[in-house]
Design a protein around this ligand. Sequence first.
Ligand code: PMV
Length: 310
Amino acid sequence: MHTSAPGKLILCGEHAVVYGHPAIAMPIHALQATITSTASAPNTGLVVEAPDLGRVWHLHATAPLSDLARRTLDFLGTPEPDLALTIRSTIPIASGMGSGAAVGAALVRALAAAVGRTLDPATVSALVYESERTFHGTPSGIDNTVVAYEQPIWFQRRPQQAPLIEPLHVEQSLTFVVADTGVASSTKAVVGDLRQRWEEYAAPYEAHFTAIGSIVTTIRRLLSEPNDNLLGSLLTMNHKRLQMLGVSSPELDRLVDAAIANGALGAKMSGAGWGGVMLAFVESERAKQVATALGAAGAVQTWITRLERL
Ligand code: PMV
């Protein structure tokens, strides 16, 4: 049996989303984490294997996937199964494309499927979030939400209540070129570093977060009242705010500049930053040209992806 979950991209609002401002994220269905489950011999327990990484996890280890498996089995009210799970993923690791959350969502689904159950997206998302919180500090919850719901979402944390999650209305298909800097980056490290600086002198950071929140709100409107030039410039404006927050990197900035110099309508880093991926918003007929330019500017991999009309 197979279960899976897609990769994701944050279109706009990363980092500010941790501080209560809205963000928009979309799944990338072309990139998937897949788990294959096979019943194993009695008393062998649960073994999770990632052959591409040369790693194996058992249920009682101190590791994010073991923690998530324990939480899921507790939630399902089922004892440890004799099950071999094999993870395969085409989502680049530590690059802001939701690899960890997607593997987590596929794992929750695999354990549920083993006892004949299908969990709704909210439950899958909540289980992955609780586990991410244990291991990754203060995640906003946007990653687990978009990979569990598998649709473009508007996401905003709210004090004392569940986050606001709304499926997005998109009036026209939008084309993006995504490029990987090839620099692995730790979300926990970047988010933690920014938090430390925010704790020392909050006001200027708050100003950037608020500005990013307004950019995101305007971008949402532009998804239903298309204006490509304005959408492009707002994405680039979001990148400049992220630069000022100290979460971009020379590699990301170089790719953003190359995309714009080669005809993209706008471009920004995506995800935690200091490495990982950036996205360029392009007219579809320019996508290949921009992808080639990004390769020449140092990207180790590029993808062309679309946010479809919904
Ligand atoms: O996991 P990444 O690299 O896509 O980053 C997540 C986005 C942040 O806003 C930086 C952190 C968060 O928890 O929302």
